[in-house]
Design a protein around this ligand. Structure first.
Ligand code: ME8
Length: 534
């Protein structure tokens, strides 16, 4: 991966900053939840973490939306940010450390300085450009990338992502000498094979750069909703240059050197595959031009699809994140998309699939295990966790199962961003513990009132409860409210302290939960689903 950060540095993860032309949808929430799980995972390891999200507020797309709504672009952005974007992240329990808006002065001042600096270094020149532009992408397209329109768009060339006609733009612009960075970028990709993930994304970018890069138009003069070019205020800075710089300005670039040095560059830029080139070609080239360190990796998620199409603001199909959380709960929502779709691949959402997985994996496997164990400790031991004095091979297998789940989940989620495999490893362990209880039949053992019988019963219930202690820690980054409920029901809050302070590294240790802990039945973790809303 990219540059190595020094000891006290934060593990820095970013989401794209989203366009505020409309409210957030499932696709945006997908990337943001993934970032939240990743950063919570690293916090659970005891690391210092910086999780950044925010909004991209300049450019023609936002300007036109504001015009269509008869408000100023700034008023439009303020409203959307406060009424739609921030509330959704709060609702989904997103623990971001900062929220950057590109209309903030802390951002715009630094963007101007950055661009002025490049200009002074001779990295920017004035030139003319004519070509097809997609306002949806806020990007000039190469003619070869366009597709032929049909039906209402017959005879027109369309953007392959937005399926809308492109506009022919002709402008005098300032250009960044991007074409000069091709060889350096290729060298960097070769030296850092993990820089772009997944592999398919990496190959796509390498092929693209190998074909030769064009210089990048970095200013626009046909509208004014943007950051003025400092040496020529008839131009505004191209929205993508403005936007990419958020990753630097938000952590103190040009303003707070100490914070900047301890945070920048990002360890992981999470993005959707639609904005791969911006993050793996333009952004690193901009940093190279300034002699700044490059990010650790750029990880592209696939598209959430509905009816075979990428879910987008214009193709919402009527399902809002809130429709799903009110039905399944916030934790199940956070879990579902990472569990059901291999990160990096496209995936489709369906109510049927979500309902089926909720019932079998969350309610039956996980929820029932937690409630059965608490109920039996209550029934047979008055709620005081008994001591395990008669452990044998069956118990050792469970202990090993937990250690293995910890190691696998830590590697898969914390390092490889393979959320699906990491979550599955924990749920495999949940299954193992369920199987262990079914085999041990504690309800039968309970009938044996001999000291040996009671010791076996105690051992089985301790083993199950101690397993759940590990599960609560491992699933805390994914389903924090559920883990907290379980943690309290195991009496762990009282005996071991806050769940947030339990380290992933120690989660696989055995015998952590002390005998005597007060186990209570607690709230049902995953209530039975109501009828699906019409
Ligand atoms: O591109 N499936 O903002 P944006 C999965 N402002 N992820 C999806 C998705 C889908 N169907 N739809 C959107 C921009 N996303 C720029 C970014 S960053 C310096 C500037 C997610 O509002 C995915 O992460 O169009 C994608 O990259 C992002 O939302 C695009 O959001």
């Amino acid at each position: 991966t990219g540059s190595e950060k020094q000891g006290a540095a934060a593990y820095y993860v970013s989401t794209p900053i989203y366009y505020v032309n409309d409210a957030p949808h499932l696709g945006h929430a997908y990337t943001t939840v993934a970032g939240d799980v990743l950063t919570r995972w690293h916090r659970q390891r005891g690391e210092k973490v910086w999780y950044l999200t925010g909004t991209d507020e300049h450019g023609q797309k936002i300007m036109r939306t504001a015009e269509a709504n008869n408000v100023t672009p700034q008023a439009w952005c303020d409203k959307l940010v406060e009424e739609a974007w921030k509330p959704l992240w709060e609702h989904l329990n997103i623990a971001n450390d900062d929220f950057i808006r590109t209309t903030e002065k802390r951002h715009t001042d630094r963007v101007q300085e950055f661009v002025q600096d490049l200009y002074d270094k001779g990295e920017i020149y004035k030139g003319g450009y004519e070509g097809p532009y997609c306002v949806g992408c806020e990007e000039y397209k190469l003619p070869g990338d366009l597709i032929d329109g049909e039906g209402e768009f017959a005879g027109q060339k369309l953007c392959p992502i937005h399926k809308k006609p492109v506009e022919l733009l002709k402008e005098e612009n300032y250009f960044f000498k991007l074409s000069e960075y091709g060889p350096k970028l290729l060298e960097f990709y070769a030296a850092n094979p993990g820089f772009i993930q997944p592999e398919s994304a990496r190959n796509e970018v390498v092929n693209f750069v190998e074909q030769g890069l064009q210089d990048l138009s970095i200013s626009r003069s046909t509208f004014d909703w943007g950051v003025p070019v400092p040496w020529d205020d008839k131009h505004v800075i191209y929205v993508w240059v403005d936007a990419l710089l958020n990753y630097a300005t938000a952590v103190g670039y040009g303003a707070n050197q100490e914070k900047f040095d301890g945070t920048f560059p990002a360890n992981v830029h999470l993005i959707g595959k639609d904005i791969l080139r911006f993050h793996s070609v333009i952004w690193p080239a901009m940093l190279m031009a300034q002699g700044l360190p490059l990010p650790g990796k750029v990880v592209a998620n696939g598209w959430l699809m509905v009816g075979g199409e990428k879910m987008s603001k214009s193709n919402l199909t009527g399902i809002k994140p809130q429709d799903l959380t009110s039905h399944f709960g916030v934790d199940a929502y956070r879990w579902y998309f990472l569990r059901a779709i291999a990160y990096g691949s496209d995936g489709s959402f369906s109510w049927e699939d979500f309902s089926a997985r909720y019932t079998s994996e969350l309610a039956n496997d996980y929820g029932n295990l937690a409630s059965r164990v608490a109920a039996m400790v209550g029934k047979y031991f008055g709620g005081a966790l008994p001591e395990a004095t008669a452990a044998g091979d069956a118990e050792r297998a469970v202990q090993e199962g937990l250690a293995k789940a910890v190691a696998t989940a830590d590697r898969k989620i914390g390092e490889e961003l393979d959320f699906q495999s990491g979550i599955l490893a924990v749920f495999e362990f949940v299954k193992q513990v369920n199987g262990y209880i079914t085999e041990q039949e504690p309800w039968k053992v309970a009938k044996d009132t001999s000291p040996e019988g009671q010791a076996r019963l105690a051992t089985v219930l301790y083993t199950a409860a101690e397993s759940l202690r590990g599960v609560a820690v491992l699933l805390n980054p994914v389903m924090p409210e559920t883990s907290q409920k379980l943690w309290e029901s195991l009496g762990a809050e009282e005996s071991l302290g806050a769940l947030a302070d339990q380290k992933v590294q120690d989660a696989g240790a055995w015998g952590v939960l002390p005998a005597g802990a007060t186990v209570t039945k607690g709230a049902v973790l995953f209530p039975r689903l109501e009828e699906k809303p019409a």
